[in-house]
Write a protein that binds this ligand. Structure first.
Ligand code: FCB
Length: 428
């Protein structure tokens, strides 16, 4: 079955180059998260002012406009949607009943997706929490684990007729490091390493319990698939001879990658998940102990002169996608979904090239035996990019945030990705 799956990632010659075909059941999708698109939200982000002076309200107002967003997905031709459900909307306190009106809105969203032939992957935690969880110590407090599992058990029971793909935690490493190490997410704490460790450990415990529960409960849609999403960044010294940069790269890898993977996939935890989600954007290289990325104050042009090719956020490293997928599957032997990949730029040609290169690397990994089941482009819409606000343009579909009606328009990148989804191939 596994061999049959991978052998269908094929390469063939076409008029102007090679065509990379994907297996027929490969799931082409896109994604968003509640705080970034919904608006009208009450969680720790509500009053957080981003670097552009704005907040997550009303974001893309997808809270009201989700039917229209689904129409955009149909126009794009995607078959999968990785979407979050916002805990703070559904429970007003520890172990409380689910808010029926809010639940009904999500059920309607799921029904409309189904009617459109789009498979949802539901993310249970994407960088946001109810205020009563935050007031109780957030994920530093082990009591949060039980409260989350209670929420998941109620939500899963309500959604089992509609959902079979579950993503427990999105990038616990990003959440814990931005909140407790570098002070970029609420509560904006810095260098609290013990808090970071506690948060990761508690999230991993909640992940394990949630996986068991979701699999036990099953789904009317078919076999349940569940996993968490790891943000994969490689850390490298810009000059191999610099001991400090090598040390920082080594420590970053230990803290952000190895420790998190051990917590979520070590000692028996691996067997509770059915897949590993990988969010892949690129890498970070250090020079004089500073990360060479645009969000650290370097211009893209200056970085390019140093051979560091970036979008508005990260250094791109398409070739690294192949090795990363191969290494992760060799080690953990779980099927993989690339749950996020995308680029932020207003240069659409750059984005198209970047996607082609990354998908080519993904395809090479599949031809080398990695079982990748799907790919979700980040993101459906331009949206609220956390600490950076609305300046980072990751969307397949543009949103005009200067117009109160928040009109959406298809971008060249949307047409380009839509073609790949419809062809089930790159380069046709
Ligand atoms: C990931 C997040 C996602 C978005 C992209 C650009 O780290 O999961 O919400 O911010 O980066």
């Amino acid at each position: 079955m596994f061999d049959a799956f991978i052998s269908m990632a094929t390469t063939s010659a076409a008029g102007n180059g090679r065509v990379l075909s994907f297996p027929p059941q490969f799931l082409w999708g896109t994604g968003t998260s509640p705080t970034q698109v919904e608006g009208h939200i009450t969680n720790e982000w509500t009053h957080h002012v981003a670097r552009d002076g704005r907040t997550c309200h009303p974001a893309c107002d997808s809270y009201h406009r989700y039917p229209e967003d689904i129409e955009w997905m149909v126009r794009l031709g995607v078959k999968g949607y990785r979407m979050g459900i916002e805990w703070s909307r559904l429970q007003a306190g520890p172990c409380g009943p689910l808010n029926q009106a809010e639940l009904a809105r999500y059920l309607d969203q799921l029904d409309r997706l189904q009617a459109a032939g789009i498979t949802p992957m539901v993310v249970l935690h994407h960088f946001s929490n109810p205020l009563w969880i935050i007031g109780n110590g957030g994920w530093e407090n082990p009591a949060t684990v039980g409260m989350f599992v209670d929420y998941v058990s109620k939500l899963a029971a309500a959604l089992r007729s509609r959902v079979r793909l579950w993503n427990t935690f999105n990038e616990p490493d990003t959440y814990a490091s931005c909140s407790y190490l570098i002070g970029e997410f609420p509560p904006e704490n810095k260098w609290r390493f013990l808090a970071y460790r506690r948060v990761i450990r508690n999230m991993a415990a909640a992940h394990v319990r949630s996986c068991r529960l979701l699999r036990q409960l099953g789904s009317e849609q078919g076999p349940v698939e569940v996993g968490f999403s790891k943000n994969w960044t490689s850390f490298v010294a810009y000059h191999g001879w610099s001991p400090w940069d090598r040390l920082i790269a080594f420590l970053s890898h230990e803290i952000f990658n190895r420790f998190v993977l051990r917590s979520f996939l070590g000692a028996g935890a691996r067997d509770v998940a059915t897949f590993l989600g990988v969010n892949y954007y690129g890498r970070v290289r250090y020079q004089h102990t500073r990360p060479l990325i645009p969000t650290f104050g370097f211009s893209r042009a200056r970085l390019a002169r140093m051979g560091v090719i970036c979008d508005d956020m990260f250094e791109r490293d398409p070739a690294g996608m192949e090795g990363t997928l191969l290494a992760l599957q060799t080690k953990y032997k779980l099927p993989i979904y690339v749950t996020e990949h995308g680029s932020a730029s207003t240069d659409e040609a750059f984005r198209e090239r970047d996607l082609t290169e990354n998908l080519s690397a993904l395809h090479r990994a599949m031809q080398r035996g990695v079982e990748v089941r799907g790919f979700f482009y980040w993101s459906l819409l331009d949206n609220f990019e956390w600490q950076f606000g609305y300046a980072k343009k990751f969307g397949l579909v543009a949103v005009d945030f200067t117009d109160p009606r928040l009109p959406r328009t298809m971008k060249p990148m949307g047409r380009f990705y839509g073609q790949i989804c419809r062809d089930n191939a790159v380069g046709r």
